[in-house]
Design a protein around this ligand. Structure first.
Ligand code: 8X3
Length: 257
């Protein structure tokens, strides 16, 4: 029987890469996100490769919508083995005292409350089966605040506490809990953070080879593939020339030297 992975935010970036990695690794998939069209395209692509896939289009900020979508999972789809709480975003890089209220709400409602909603919906079934693995997408941003990171960093610090808390609450079960904390990953992350300012987004990855969504998906797949008695509790994954959220050594362009 194929195992089932539910991946949130699967329409792009790390989430999409995780969907592809777990599909390749023999998992059937439940992929979620806001963009129905993209989800369905992925579903068709996976179907052609023999990967049984369910696409659930809903906004994770909307708890009722998440509950309704979850209720449609019946039969084998109730037996989720891996929950990858990936959906998340950064908005803005303004000083905290100039931050945008709706940016803050979106980050808190997605990165913290959305992750909690999915955890609350999926984990009871795992407890009943005494089997499963929750992989939360944290960030190096949760280790320490960086300039302008304020609320985003706080949401990822919350992911760390929420993940640690869940691991404690499940320590009497066979369920494993992992926090993956990526550094610079080149996805649409910065385009979203800067509200579509692509030139500014590109600058974030200038002079450094960033991580890719696939690099992080490999780490998630490794954590999921470790023997049952091995719990990869936390992994910090940085680009080689990044040492922390704020220490990044960039190659200078020849005219800057
Ligand atoms: C993404 C990593 O350093 O851009 O969470 O905040 S960082």
């Amino acid at each position: 029987m194929d195992k089932i992975a539910l991946i949130t935010g699967a329409t792009s970036g790390i989430g999409e890469a995780c969907a592809r990695r777990f599909a390749k690794g023999g998992f059937d998939l439940i992929i979620t996100g806001r963009k129905a069209e993209k989800l369905n395209a992925l579903k068709e692509e996976f179907k052609k490769k023999g990967v049984d896939t369910v696409a659930l289009a809903f906004d994770i900020q909307d708890r009722k919508a998440a509950e309704e979508a979850f209720k449609t999972l019946t039969g084998k789809w109730e037996n989720i083995d891996i929950l990858i709480n990936n959906a998340g975003l950064a908005r803005g890089l303004e000083p905290e005292y100039e931050g945008d209220f709706s940016d803050w709400d979106q980050m808190i409602d997605t990165n913290i409350k959305g992750l909690l909603t999915m955890t609350r919906l999926v984990v009871p079934g795992m407890v009943k089966r005494n089997r499963g693995h929750v992989i939360n997408m944290g960030s190096v941003a949760g280790d320490a605040a960086y300039a302008g990171g304020n609320v985003y960093c706080a949401t990822k610090a919350a992911v760390k506490s929420i993940t640690d808390g869940l691991r404690i609450d499940l320590a009497n079960t066979a369920i494993r809990v992992t926090n993956i904390k990526p550094g610079l990953v080149q996805t649409k992350f910065s385009n979203v953070r800067f509200h579509g300012d692509n030139a500014r987004a590109d600058k974030v990855y200038e002079g450094i080879t960033p991580l890719s969504g696939e690099d992080i998906a490999d780490v998630a797949f490794y954590a999921a593939s470790a023997p049952d008695h091995v719990q990869i509790a936390e992994v910090l994954v940085l680009a080689t020339h990044q040492a922390s959220g704020s220490v990044i050594v960039r190659e200078k362009k020849s005219q800057d030297k």
